[in-house]
Design a protein around this ligand. Structure first.
Ligand code: 2PG
Ligand code: MG
Length: 429
């Protein structure tokens, strides 16, 4: 596959922040285009997102340097050369950057090229992206974990925890699952309205009301599941991402947004234990902060055989850090965000390491997203079984669900829906 041209430009994400879009044209004429997303509650050890820092443009958030890096250094290293596969392309860029966290060229620059190349190769083979990326014979459609209440740094309300998700798992296929999720989302709007709460939405399309407590978020969701005609726990369960790193200050968890109180690691674990015993929770992501490894070990020891414990900020989709986690018995699942590590090949390596060690992989969007639907194809191709890509509104979220609907329809009988078995150690409370 010879690359004829690589052209990047600055476009915008769902928060109106600049981001990198790259289009690659192969000598065959096949093209591929990708746009990279951007996080708000980022892990400290994520690959570096290169921003201009020029305060006269987009308050310093421009990405013209990253764009220039694609159009000059990266294009010079790749255009006109024979490149055998994705790994070779990614390795050339990793070496060209030469830093441990891709800070020279920018992970945003590198990932845009990595993904655009995969799409161009799929187009050359006249395959869908999920077919081109497929790592196995069977295609698994994921349980969509839909973030219906937003808090933390994703919303301007009084909820400390960032994401309250519903997982419609008792369905024969993805199409039914997404319908169940959307119906529950619409029911939730009515439940909130009836209680006099605001129904404006946060960054990922979930409602962002001011509530009496963090716990009330679960209660209104359970009410909505029932009102939509489903049974909590049997048909639809709950997944949480409190994004605890955002609450971690001076070795304590601070409830900055609600009542200003704080908790020790042990007290935080006790909250999760209580919630898991009371509510149909099947997955807890970042229940502890990225710098609280001790707390993570306590959490895993206590609850690791009951629910899926996903490490996001703590692992940053990085195989080296995941290996540390495996050695220290931290979590039993890893969140997968391509832009945390910066290339497709490294992301797949991390997922392989996870799988070989009995960890689950939970694929994720970023809070700053775009119309790019790569993660939908990627989740099916890698057989990850579950993904989170937002709520029941906002086109940058819905575009991924629509892509999954298309994929399921293309596959017909060959599509398998992951269902409840995709979650690790589901505990029935
Ligand atoms: C997370 C993500 C995505 P952000 O914490 O898991 O939901 O948020 O992209 O802001 O890091
Ligand atoms: Mg997270």
């Amino acid at each position: 596959m010879m690359i004829k041209s690589i052209k990047a430009q600055e476009v915008l994400d769902s928060r109106g922040n600049p981001t990198v879009e790259t289009e690659i044209t192969l000598t065959s004429g096949a093209k591929g285009r990708a746009i990279v997303p951007s996080g708000a509650s980022t892990g400290e050890r994520e690959a570096a997102e290169l921003r201009d820092g020029d305060k006269t443009r987009f308050f310093g958030k421009g990405v013209l340097k990253a764009v220039a890096n694609v159009n000059s250094d990266i294009a010079d290293a790749l255009c006109g050369k024979k490149i055998n596969d994705q790994r070779e392309l990614d390795t050339i860029m990793i070496n060209l950057d030469g830093t441990p966290n891709k800070s020279k060229l920018g992970a945003n620059a590198i990932l845009s090229v990595s993904l655009a190349y995969a799409k161009a190769c799929a187009n050359k083979k006249e395959e869908a992206l999920f077919q081109h990326l497929a790592q196995q014979d069977k295609y698994v459609l994921p349980v969509p974990c839909m973030n219906v209440i937003n808090g933390g740094v994703h919303a301007d309300n009084n909820i400390d925890f960032q994401e309250f998700m519903i997982a419609p798992h008792n369905a024969p296929n993805f199409e039914t699952a997404i319908r169940m999720g959307i119906e529950t989302f619409h029911s939730l709007k009515k439940v909130l309205q009836a209680k006099g709460y605001n129904t404006a939405v946060g960054d990922e399309g979930g409602f962002a009301p001011n509530l009496k407590s963090n716990e009330e978020a679960i209660e209104v969701i359970l009410e909505a599941i029932t009102a939509a005609g489903y049974v909590p726990g049997k048909d639809i369960s709950i997944c949480l991402d409190p994004a605890s790193s955002e609450m971690w200050k001076e070795n304590k968890y601070h409830f900055f947004k609600s009542d200003g109180s704080y908790k020790s690691s042990e007290e935080m674990v006790a909250i999760w234990e209580d919630w898991i015993n009371k509510y149909p929770i099947v997955l807890l992501e970042d229940g502890m902060a990225e710098n609280d490894w001790k707390g993570w070990q306590i959490l895993t020891e206590k609850l690791g055989d009951k629910v899926e414990l996903v490490g996001d900020d703590i692992f940053c989709t990085n195989a080296k850090i995941l290996q540390e986690g495996i050695d220290k018995k931290v979590a039993n699942s890893i969140l997968i965000k391509l832009n945390q590590i910066g290339t497709l090949s490294e992301t797949i390596d991390t997922m392989k390491l996870a799988k070989d060690n009995g960890y689950n992989c939970f694929v994720s969007h970023r809070s700053g997203e775009t119309e790019d639907t790569t993660i939908a194809d990627f989740t099916v191709a890698l057989g990850a079984g579950h993904l989170k890509t937002g709520s029941g509104c906002r086109s940058e979220r819905i575009s991924k669900f629509n892509q999954l609907l298309r994929i399921e329809r293309i596959l017909g009988d060959k599509a398998e829906f992951a269902g409840i078995k995709t979650f690790k150690n589901q505990y029935v409370c």
